[in-house]
Design a protein around this ligand. Structure first.
Ligand code: ASP
Length: 589
């Protein structure tokens, strides 16, 4: 058994001011090399790397032990901090080295299957399989610590504002968020299942009925969705709810929170209040309900010009209830060759558009496939609608609104990226409010709640709940950072009659209502305050603040695209005994 050399300092900490001090360090060998009579070893822990030197004047057993060192051995050393002859400006400890006097080898290591180096670009698959090695990288350690900092500041902030963290159950009845539930079979109640929470939604509303007044929770949530894009089956929400509040109250607390969070974690001062856009404004100006306002390229509606024009694609789009919109790319005429404009058209097509019309304004005049359909005056009117001038490129899409917005949103971002219009140092937070209460359910053709069925309709529209559901706005809001939604919530319905009208419009049967939400509605019979709240996606928030491009970089043990844990191999099989106890038989597919 090796003796423990008890640490007096972390590896990333020694500085010139420690010169002459005896220090004890513990960590992993990053690499070790012999140069003549010296052995140099880079020792790493979560805080950084420092150079250790062993020389032949040491007692022979110490030097012999140092000679055996290989990458990822875990050791303790004691030595004296001294100034380095050739300094390494890349390392925080690069001015010094530790001349070792004592060493203990706690554990040897086989050759690791991935390098523990931030600049190693091994496949993600291997990184995930050997996550415990991947996490040793300083970048990953920094990310985990940063995530912890976000949680610490979050807990402190909300606690100071009178919120109480209350845990809600993990084994529950299905939640109303609308994704597929993870089910857990009940042994005691054979044939019955719990759901893992998609969010603490109903419990936090119960807590408001219970008088908790201000609740928050850093809560694990589960959604069994196909893992397209950057989703995870289990993820974390910063979830909160407040009683006796309106939209402005919820927003004000969140703005103060975000301000404190950025100050304390990144030392960045951001201005509050954040801009607010109604859903309609966000869509018409940016084509999306999560606009990135770090750059312009706003959309222009040219429906009135398109309506009577000779180009049938444009005229038909307006006539059939769609629209014709576009955006002007300043300086785009030179930046986009013919081939590159074709690539933009492909992007538009990927988002469902039938094509992309373009107009290039050069010093020699206008060049555009639209030329033959538009008189000079009409073309001049088009160009002026976009405020375009020589050198600019105009991109136009005509289709159903949904397609026009989706295509232009994507084009806007693609153009901004190519032309370097995005200021990466900016943190543009904003609110989107007045969302539609309902959206059309593609499967059933009926309505479904855009947020969830407890969201309060805007009192200005509530009369149309039955007659014109599509036009009813919700007291719902999203918070967006640099074009990504980081959170969303709403004021809730606390009136039974209104709640029933909502369920009716959603086409829910009495049975459905009772079995899914009965307990919440029962609770509301005994006095419930007006309330509202919101939840942030913690993983995404941390990702954006760190400047990472995947939420997997912010989680210790993420799942892969097949919803498996590559380290443990979960999910695994159940034994026949376990299945029997649960009263389950398997249908092998
Ligand atoms: N439960 C909601 C969600 O997960 C958030 C909220 O309405 O508070 O999106």
């Amino acid at each position: 058994m090796s003796e423990l050399i008890k640490r007096t300092m972390y590896c990333g900490k020694p500085r010139l001011s420690d010169e002459g001090k005896t220090v004890r360090l513990n960590g992993w060998v990053q690499r070790s090399r012999r140069l003549g009579r010296l052995i140099f070893c880079d020792l790493r822990d979560k805080t950084g790397v420092v150079q250790i030197v062993f020389d032949e004047e040491l007692p022979s057993d110490v030097f012999a032990a140092a000679e055996t060192l290989r990458s990822e051995f875990v050791i303790g050393i004691e030595g004296v901090c001294r100034e380095r002859e050739s300094k390494n400006p890349e390392l925080s400890t690069g001015d010094v080295e530790i001349r070792a006097e004592r060493i203990e080898i706690y554990s040897v290591a086989e050759t690791p299957p991935i390098y523990v180096r931030d600049d190693d670009n091994v496949s993600e698959e291997l990184r995930m399989k050997y996550r415990y090695l991947d996490l040793r990288k300083l970048r990953m350690q920094r990310n985990l610590v940063f995530r912890h900092e976000v949680c610490r500041v979050t807990r402190a902030f909300f606690s100071d504002c009178g919120f109480v963290e209350i845990e809600t159950p993990m084994l529950i009845r299905p939640t109303p968020e609308g994704a597929r539930d993870y089910l857990v079979p009940s042994r005691v109640n054979n044939g019955n299942f719990y759901a893992l929470p998609q969010s603490p939604q109903m419990y936090k509303q119960l807590l408001m009925a219970s008088g908790a007044d201000r609740y928050f929770q850093i809560a694990r949530c589960f959604r069994d969705e196909d893992l397209r894009a950057d989703r995870q089956p289990e993820f974390t929400q910063i979830d909160l709810e407040m009683s006796f509040v309106d939209v402005d109250d919820v927003i004000a607390v969140q703005e103060a929170y975000i301000k404190a969070l950025l100050k304390e974690t990144l030392e960045i001062d951001i201005e509050i209040p954040f801009p607010r856009f109604t859903y309609d404004e966000a869509m018409t100006r940016f084509g999306t309900d999560k606009p990135d306002t770090r750059f312009g390229l706003e959309l222009v509606d040219i429906g009135d010009i398109a309506e009577g024009c000779a180009f049938s694609v444009f005229a038909d789009a307006v006539r059939t209830g769609g629209s014709v919109r576009g955006l002007c790319v300043p300086g785009g005429a030179a930046a986009y060759s013919r081939k590159e404009t074709d690539r933009l058209a492909d992007i538009a097509k990927n988002y469902g558009a039938k094509g992309l019309a373009w107009i290039k304004l050069t010093e020699d005049g206008v060049s555009s496939p639209l030329g033959k359909f538009f008189s000079d005056e009409e073309m001049a009117a088009l160009v002026s609608a976009f405020g375009a001038c020589a050198g600019d490129l105009i991109l136009i899409v005509a289709d159903k609104d949904k397609t026009v917005f989706a295509a232009l949103d994507r084009l806007r971002v693609s153009v901004a990226e190519k032309l370097g219009l995005i200021d990466e140092s900016r943190y543009d937070f904003l609110w989107v409010t007045e969302f539609p209460l309902f959206e059309t359910d593609e499967e059933s053709g009926g309505y479904k709640a855009m947020h969830h069925p407890f969201t309060m309709p805007d009192p200005r529209d509530v009369a149309g709940l039955e007659s014109d559901p599509a036009s009813v706005r919700a007291l719902a809001y999203d918070i967006v950072l640099n074009g990504t939604e980081i959170g969303g919530g709403s004021i809730r319905i606390h009136d039974r009659e209104l709640q029933n009208r909502m369920f009716e419009t959603l086409g829910l049967s009495e049975d459905d209502i009772r079995s899914k939400f009965g307990f919440l509605l029962d609770a509301f019979r005994y006095g419930v305050p007006p309330h509202g709240g919101l939840a942030y996606g913690l993983d995404r928030l941390v990702m954006l603040l760190l400047g990472e491009d995947s939420i997997r970089e912010t989680m210790a043990f993420p799942k892969n695209q097949a919803a498996e844990d590559p380290v443990s191999g979960a999910p695994g099989e159940a034994t026949p005994e376990q299945l029997a106890e649960l009263g389950l038989a398997l249908w092998k597919r």
